[in-house]
Design a binder for this molecule. Sequence first.
Ligand code: ZN
Length: 134
Amino acid sequence: MKISRIEHIGIAVQSIEDVLPYYKDVLGLEVYKEEVVEDQKVKTAFLQVGEVKLELLEPTCPESTIQKFLDNGGKGVHHVAFKVEDGVTEALAMCDEKGIRLIDKAPRNGADGLKIAFLHPKSTCGILTELCEE
Ligand code: ZN
């Protein structure tokens, strides 16, 4: 697999509205896009930090995996997303071959126009890992 850079860092929050004053007024960052991803039961807000984005993730219902993450005390960094240059499908096949536990067997549509797939944190040294391509 050929990773070119960190594409974004996913951060779980109970309320995007509540945390925005910190990101805007203290860090001086701007939200360039907000998007609800229905099948993931999340509302997202994206902030650009140089080449990397921050993806704020707010649960849209109690069944959201983000809500479960927050309920388990997991406030803060939720996942790290790597940009894969040679395709997510190929990367998943390679990970599968190496015995990495896949959350997604095939790429699916994520926020901000990306094709994404997740690797299970049990196989990735504790960090929920997202592979993505444009
Ligand atoms: Zn993400």
